[in-house]
Design a protein around this ligand. Structure first.
Ligand code: SF4
Length: 292
């Protein structure tokens, strides 16, 4: 069986994937809003343990088509370890269509394009990258560890290796003061990256994080659902994408929108204009039903 260690997180689109903890925790673990791996020390799991779990999956689970490598930034593990693991996964699960993982900007900086290309050929074809914001001051406040120019540089490495990127923007991350600039600059960075997938999350202070502590002191300027809808409208209006699937289906969102860009851009902006004209009729999720 699979011996999951601690809480396990995965993107919404990996709901039907087999989750394998290739690494535990996050090697960076400093983003102010992130509570996912605060309690875990980062380490790479021994291949022997993963081999046992894969053998169990091969015996017990029929038709596994997708594998997600957890935890926070499996891509930071040595390329030789990842290559061996991907080969084992391919051998154990013959119906496999793809393997994906989270990729922190720090991990993308460490991996070379050649390594990422080699890993892609062995099945690791998609990374989830939290861009969070394209605004340097917001990225600094979030302690993301990179500025917008570095975010673009490392994301383009993945592109050059032929890896699909699924990217996230954190609505509300600039508070009220930087709401517009956060939206405009985030659109600029997303345009420069041209990801295959884009989604939004809503910044939510969580106890046990620096952001949660700041919120408890009354220092976080949280946007309300209407302000978030306005920010999302500004973000979408600024996007010039050539073929990106957009979703705001993460449980933290107040509004669920979906479409393909550029085809559905005008319709999604119009939908948000409708929300802003008559917010009392908008299908906002109640706060209690949101999650992280
Ligand atoms: S890089 Fe990702 S997993 Fe690590 S602390 Fe930041 S948001 Fe959390």
């Amino acid at each position: 069986m699979i011996r999951y260690q601690g809480d396990v997180y995965r993107p919404p689109s990996e709901a039907d994937s087999l989750i394998l903890q290739a690494t535990l925790g996050c090697s960076y673990n400093r983003c102010t809003f992130c509570a996912m791996y605060r309690e875990k020390d980062f380490r790479v799991r021994p291949l022997s343990e993963l081999r046992e779990e894969l053998a169990w999956a091969a015996r017990s689970l029929a038709g596994v088509r997708k594998v997600f490598l957890a935890d926070g930034d499996a891509l930071v593990a040595k390329a030789s370890f990842l290559a061996e693991l991907l080969d084992e996964i391919g051998r154990a699960l013959p119906g496999l269509k793809r393997v994906s993982c989270y990729a922190s900007p720090q991990a993308l900086a460490v991996r070379t394009v050649d390594e990422m290309r080699d890993l892609r050929e062995r099945g690791l074809t998609q990374y989830y990258l939290g861009i969070e914001s394209g605004h340097d001051a917001v990225l600094r406040d979030l302690e993301k560890g990179v500025d917008a120019a570095e975010m673009i540089r490392v994301a383009r490495k993945a592109h050059a290796a032929g890896v699909k990127l699924s990217t996230m923007i954190l609505l509300g991350a600039g508070g009220r003061a930087l709401s517009r600039e956060h939206a405009v600059e985030s659109a600029r960075v997303v345009n420069a990256i041209q990801p295959r997938f884009l989604s939004t999350l809503v910044m939510t202070p969580v106890p046990g994080t620096p952001l949660g502590a700041a919120a408890a002191r009354g220092e976080v300027d949280e946007l309300d659902p209407v302000e978030l809808a306005w920010e999302l409208r500004e973000l979408l209006a600024g996007l010039e994408l050539e073929g990106t699937i957009f979703r705001s289906n993460h449980a933290s969102n107040y509004l669920t929108l979906a479409g393909t860009l550029p085809k559905d851009k005008a319709a999604m902006v119009a939908a948000l204009d409708g929300v802003l004209r008559a917010p009392e009729r908008a299908p906002f999720r109640p706060k209690w039903s949101r999650g992280l």
